[in-house]
Design a protein around this ligand. Structure first.
Ligand SMILES: O=C[C@H](O)COP(=O)(O)O
Length: 241
C-alpha cells in the first residue's frame, strides 16, 4: 500500500507570527484527517524552530524547502541537513522548478542535495515537471525521463517522495487535468526501481479540485503552494473526500 503525503509548500511566505496564527487555525481540523495520511508543512527556514516547537505532539511533520549537499562549510546563505535535523525537520523539498529556474539548480546539484538529505535521514520531496514550451513541443515525457535519470543516480528509492509539478500549472490556476496528471505520474512510476514511491501532483491544487485529483489511481498526494497558506483551505485539501 503506497503512502499518501499531502504537503504544503509555503515558499517565501509567512513570518513567525503568521506561521503561529496559521497553526492555531489549522490544527483543530486534523481530528477529521484519516490517520494514514501524512501531513507536512514545508516552511521558510526562519519559521522552522518555532513551528517545530508548536507542532510537537501533533501529527504534522515539518519540512524545509532546500538543503545544501555539504554538512558544513564556507557556503554563505546555505543550510545543511544536520542543521535541519536539529530543529526537527523530517522532509525537504529538492529541485523545485523555482529553484531550478531562478537559482541555477541543475540535475547535478539536485542529485547532490538528494544524497545529502538521505544520508542524514531526511525524506526528500523531489520535484520534476515540464514547462509550457516543452509540453507544447511534445517533450514532456522525454524531459521528465531525463530529469529522473539524472536526479536519481545512487538515490535510495525507499526514502523518497516525488512531486510531478508541471511548471505551467504552478501558481496559475491552470491545473493539469487530473487524468493527464495521472498519466504522467504513471509514466514516472514505470521508470522507478521502487514502484511504491509516493508520487504527488503539484500545480494549482485547490479545495475545489483536490477530490478529483486524489481519486486518480496513480496519485499519492499533493504538493500545495498558494492554497496551503490559508488554514481552512489547506484543511479542506488535507481532509479530501
Ligand atoms: O510547491 C508547490 C507548487 O509549486 C504549487 O504551487 P501552487 O499550488 O501555488 O500552484
Amino acid at each position: 500500500m503506497r503512502k499518501i503525503v499531502i504537503a504544503g509548500n509555503w515558499k517565501m511566505f509567512k513570518t513567525q507570527a503568521e506561521s503561529q496564527e496559521f497553526l492555531l487555525g489549522f490544527l483543530p481540523y486534523l481530528v477529521e484527517t484519516p490517520p494514514e495520511r501524512e501531513v507536512v508543512l514545508c516552511v521558510p527556514f526562519t519559521d522552522l524552530s518555532i513551528m517545530s516547537k508548536n507542532m510537537h505532539g501533533t501529527r504534522v511533520q515539518l519540512g524545509a524547502q532546500n538543503v545544501h549537499w555539504e554538512a558544513s562549510g564556507a557556503y554563505t546563505g546555505e543550510i545543511s541537513a544536520p542543521m535541519l535535523l536539529e530543529v526537527g525537520v523530517r522532509y525537504v523539498v529538492i529541485g523545485h522548478s523555482e529553484r531550478r529556474q531562478f537559482f541555477g539548480e541543475t540535475d547535478e546539484t539536485v542529485n547532490l542535495r538528494l544524497k545529502a538529505a538521505q544520508s542524514f535521514g531526511l525524506t526528500p520531496i523531489l520535484c520534476v515537471g515540464e514547462s509550457k514550451q516543452q509540453r507544447d513541443a511534445g517533450e514532456t515525457e522525454s524531459l521528465i525521463s531525463m530529469q529522473l535519470q539524472k536526479d536519481l543516480v545512487d538515490i535510495d528509492q525507499h526514502n523518497l517522495v516525488i512531486a510531478y509539478e508541471p511548471i505551467w500549472a504552478i501558481g496559475t490556476g491552470d491545473t493539469c487535468e487530473a487524468k493527464e496528471a495521472n498519466r504522467v505520474i504513471g509514466l514516472i512510476r514505470s521508470q522507478l526501481s521502487n514502484p511504491d514511491v509516493p508520487i504527488q501532483y503539484g500545480g494549482s491544487v485547490k479545495p475545489n479540485n483536490i477530490d478529483e485529483i486524489m481519486a486518480q489511481p496513480e496519485i499519492d498526494g499533493a504538493l500545495v503552494g498558494g492554497a496551503s497558506l490559508e488554514p481552512d483551505g489547506f484543511a479542506r485539501i488535507v481532509n479530501y473526500n
